[in-house]
Ligand binder design. Structure first.
Ligand code: NAD
Length: 485
C-alpha cells in the first residue's frame, strides 16, 4: 500500500495550492518508520497575509448567501470525503502513524459527519422575535468574520473539520494552521471544500509552528480563534486573543478520571478503560487516564485488562489487522518513556507494557500501572501516550473527591450497574464531557469540551453555533419617542 504523500504545495490559499520555499523547511516524518515522507515550508508573513486577505475577501459574500446554500456546499464536501475515505485514511495514517483500522472509521468519517451535520443546520440559524407590548425586538444571528483554527497533531482531519464546519455554516471564513507535526491532511480538507463549491478564500491552510499561529492570532483581521492544543499553548493563545477581545474556543488537555465500581460489568469496564487509554496509542485529549477502581473488583479488573492487552496487534499501521500503532514522533515517545521511568521511581507498579519495541519507528507497548496514588506525577500530569494508571478506592464520595482533585476538567466516565449512582456521580464530577458505562464516544450531535483548565467553549452539536456566531438585537418602536426634554 503506497500513496504519494508529498502535497502539491505547502499552503492552500484562495482556492488553490501555493508554494513559497522561503519559509523554514518542515520535514514530515512517518512515525511507523522514522522516514521522511514529505517536506513543507512554514508560512512567511507574506503567505499569512495572503491567507487572511483571501479569507476576508471571501467572507462577506459567503455570509450573504442563504444558509441553505452554504449548507449545500458543506454537505457536498461530506459526500466527497466519504467517497474518498480510504485514500484520506491512508494519508492520515502516514501523517499521524495511527492504524488504518482506526483512521478508516474515526478521521475523515468524523470530519464528514461534522460537515454534514453543520451543513444541515446552516438553513436554520435564525434569531427570535421578542414581543414588548406595542413595541418589539428581534435578534439576528450573525457570523463573526474571519476565524482562525489551530490544530493539534492527534486528529488532523477531524480537528480541521470540527472547526471549519460550524464556522462556515455560520457564514465565517477560516484560516487553519495544522500542527507542524502533521501538516498533510488539512490540505485535503481544503481541496475537497473547493471541489464542493466553496468560494476561493473561504477555507485556507497555512503551515508553520507556534510563531505562525501567534501571528494569525494577533492579526487585527481575525475575529475568533479556535485552538486544539495543550494548556500552556492555550494560556498564550487565550491571552493574545483577549488583548483584542477576540472570541475563543479552547480545546485543551486533560487528566480525566474513569471510575469503575464493584458492581460494574467487568468486560465493559475493561473495554472502556482500553478505549479510554489506548486508542490512537493513547494520544487522545479526553482519555480517562486515572482509572479509579473499587477495591472489590480491582484484582479481576487488572487480570482481565492484562489479558486483553495481550490481544493488541502492534505493528505496521497500514496493515488493517494492526490495532495499535506508534506514537506520533520521537519527541513524544521520549516524553512518554520519561513518565514511565518517573512512575517506577515514585513507586507505582508496572503491571504490563511500557517497553519500546525493537524496530524502527516510535512504538511503545501499552503500559498499565497499578497501586498509583494521587500525588504521583503520572496521576497528576497529562502524559498523552499509552499509559493507564489504576488507583484504588473504597467509597463513592471519596472517589468523587479524588476524581475532582485536578486542575483539568475535560472528561469523566464511570462503570456501574446502579443507575441512581451513575447519575449522582456524574452530577458531582467536574468535567465537560461525561460517559456512563462507556468512554470516549464523540458523535457530532453531542457537545464536546472541557471545564477548568481543559478549555472554554464547546465543539460539535448546536452548542458550537454559539461559538461561531453572535447575536445582534434590534429594538423596534412602533409609537412616538418620549424624551425628557
Ligand atoms: P501544542 O499546544 O503543542 O500545539 C497545538 C497547536 O498550537 C499547534 O498547531 C502549534 O503549532 C500551535 N501553537 C503553539 N504555540 C502557539 C502560539 N504561541 N500561538 C499560536 N499557536 C501556537 O499541542 P500538541 O502537542 O500539538 O497537541 C497535544 C495537546 O493537545 C495535548 O495537551 C492534548 O490534550 C491537546 N488536545 C486537546 C483536544 C481537545 O479537543 N480538548 C484534542 C486534541 C488534543
Amino acid at each position: 500500500m503506497t500513496q504519494d504523500t508529498q502535497p502539491t504545495a505547502s499552503h492552500y490559499i484562495d482556492g488553490a495550492y501555493l508554494e513559497d520555499t522561503s519559509g523554514d523547511a518542515m520535514a514530515v516524518i512517518y512515525p511507523a518508520t522514522g522516514a521522511r515522507i514529505a517536506r513543507v515550508h512554514a508560512a512567511t508573513p507574506d503567505v499569512i497575509d495572503r491567507a487572511l486577505a483571501a479569507a476576508e475577501a471571501a467572507q462577506a459574500d459567503w455570509a450573504r448567501l442563504p444558509g441553505r446554500e452554504r449548507g449545500r456546499v458543506l454537505i457536498r464536501a461530506a459526500e466527497i470525503m466519504r467517497a474518498r475515505n480510504r485514500d484520506l485514511s491512508i494519508l492520515e495514517t502516514y501523517d499521524t502513524g495511527k492504524p488504518l483500522q482506526e483512521t478508516l472509521v474515526a478521521d475523515a468519517a468524523s470530519g464528514a459527519d461534522a460537515l454534514e451535520y453543520f451543513g444541515g443546520l446552516a438553513g436554520s440559524l435564525t434569531g427570535e422575535h421578542i414581543p414588548l407590548g406595542d413595541d418589539w425586538a428581534y435578534t439576528v444571528r450573525e457570523p463573526l468574520g474571519v476565524c482562525v483554527g489551530i490544530g493539534a497533531w492527534n486528529y488532523p482531519t477531524q480537528i480541521a473539520c470540527w472547526k471549519a464546519a460550524p464556522a462556515l455554516a455560520c457564514g465565517n471564513a477560516m484560516v487553519f494552521k495544522p500542527s507542524e507535526t502533521t501538516p498533510l491532511s488539512a490540505l485535503k480538507v481544503a481541496e475537497i471544500l473547493t471541489e464542493a463549491g466553496a468560494p476561493p478564500g473561504l477555507f485556507n491552510v497555512v503551515q508553520g509552528a507556534g510563531d505562525v499561529g501567534q501571528r494569525l492570532v494577533t492579526d487585527p483581521r481575525v475575529a475568533k480563534v479556535s485552538l486544539t492544543g495543550s494548556v500552556p499553548t492555550g494560556r498564550k493563545v487565550y491571552a493574545a486573543a483577549a488583548a483584542e477581545m477576540k472570541h475563543v474556543t479552547m480545546e485543551l488537555g486533560g487528566k480525566s478520571p474513569l471510575l469503575v465500581f464493584d458492581d460494574a460489568d467487568l468486560d465493559n469496564a475493561v473495554g472502556g478503560a482500553i478505549l479510554g487509554n489506548f486508542y490512537s496509542s493513547g494520544q487522545v485529549c479526553s482519555n480517562g487516564t486515572r482509572v479509579f477502581v473499587q477495591t472489590g473488583i480491582k484484582k479481576a479488573f487488572l487480570t482481565r485488562l492484562a489479558e486483553r492487552l495481550n490481544g493488541a496487534v502492534i505493528g505496521d499501521p497500514l496493515d488493517e489487522a494492526t490495532n495499535f500503532g506508534p506514537l506520533v514522533s520521537e519527541g513524544q515517545l521520549n516524553i512518554v518513556m520519561r513518565y514511565i521511568e518517573t512512575g517506577l521511581a515514585e513507586g507505582a507498579r508496572l503491571v504490563t507494557g511500557g517497553q519500546r519495541l525493537d524496530r524502527a519507528g516510535y512504538f511503545l507497548r501499552p503500559a498499565v500501572f497499578a497501586d498509583v496514588t494521587d500525588d504521583m506525577t503520572i496521576a497528576r500530569e497529562e502524559i498523552f501516550g499509552p499509559v493507564l494508571s489504576v488507583l484504588d478506592f473504597t467509597d463513592e464520595a471519596e472517589a468523587v473527591d479524588r476524581a475532582n482533585a485536578t486542575d483539568y476538567g475535560l472528561s469523566a466516565g464511570l462503570f456501574t450497574r446502579d443507575i441512581s449512582r451513575a447519575h449522582r456521580v456524574i452530577g458531582a464530577l467536574r468535567a465537560g464531557t461525561c460517559f456512563v458505562n462507556s468512554y470516549n464516544d464523540a458523535p457530532v450531535e453531542m457537545p464536546f469540551g472541557g471545564v477548568k483548565m481543559s478549555g472554554v467553549g464547546r465543539e460539535n452539536a448546536k452548542a458550537a453555533i454559539e461559538h461561531y456566531s453572535q447575536v445582534k438585537s434590534v429594538y423596534v418602536r412602533m409609537g412616538d419617542v418620549e424624551a425628557p426634554f
